[in-house]
Write a protein that binds this ligand. Sequence first.
Ligand code: ADP
Length: 340
Amino acid sequence: MIRLQDVGKIYRSKRGSVEAVVNVDLSIERGEIFGIIGYSGAGKSTLIRLLNMLEAPTSGSIQIDGVEMTTLKPKELRGVRKNVSMVFQHFNLLWSRTVEENIMFPLELGGYPKARRKERVAELIQLVGLDGREGAYPSQLSGGQKQRVGIARALASNPDVLLCDEATSALDPKTTDSILELLVDINKKLKLTIVLITHEMHVIQKICHRVAVMEAGKIVEQGPVAEVFRHPKQAMTKEFVKQLTSPSENELTFSKLRERYPTGKIVQLTFVGSTAESPILAEVMKDSNLLFNIIGGNVGQTQDGALGTLFIQLLGSEQEAQVVIAKLQASDVEVEVDHR
Ligand code: ADP
């Protein structure tokens, strides 16, 4: 559905030039939820603005539904743009308009038949779960409700592609989950293709089918979520897998853990795919009398299996611990050992 070939974007100014997107090749299929993850400055926003045709690439080809975007005239572009909608991190709502009026706005702009506008808006309000809030102003809504308005407004023109620019980054974790569930629901009901950019691994893990990891304008790895994170080739990809430890656990370091758990060897396991918490440990510990404690970490479920990090304390002699560590190292997990 969306095909980028060797796409580059250079911003030029008096102060010099910035290569924001470099040699990007990307294919996104109809109906999939595709995530692009990277830290700030990686080039994600630029890439999404290229998809939205808000920016023109410096080089390369961008095709949507087989139509080459880079050579379209402005008038043709307007037509195509209706097919690609955007949801923003900070909602971008009109503060002086009600929920209903905000959602109505793109219908007015797009010349949607006046007689059917109310009906369409009611349909969208129901789809995003805002029944009863039609007359509320954005200032009277919670963050999650504001984003629901943002999503309804983006869907008003009945697009085939929804681009989400850090759509949950301004929301608390619980609200984030409810918005992600809404996106999955919409993806299924409307057979909508969703492309989202984020710096949060949780978002990728929860709803994406495939992912691309971006660093310094380049896509360094891409593929099905579990596959990309199972054997991360790039340091950047490994960083994102580690992010899966919960925020408080993120602060955990071997030395902090050592203070709390003075005995036994501590190992960190990072794993992806079918190897869920209990199977790995059960298998490795099967022939061993060694006792162990799980002392931190977080395991999440992706579309194809588990993904996460665990800190484990191995109780027993150094020798026994080494045998278990060797087995873990031979399995499908990345193992980091506190050697003190
Ligand atoms: P991300 O969304 O991953 O944070 P961006 O696409 O915003 O990354 O930025 C990528 C790089 O391009 C950064 O170095 C940024 O400073 C630069 N950049 C982004 N937009 C512009 C612009 N309009 N003009 C000049 N440089 C820009």
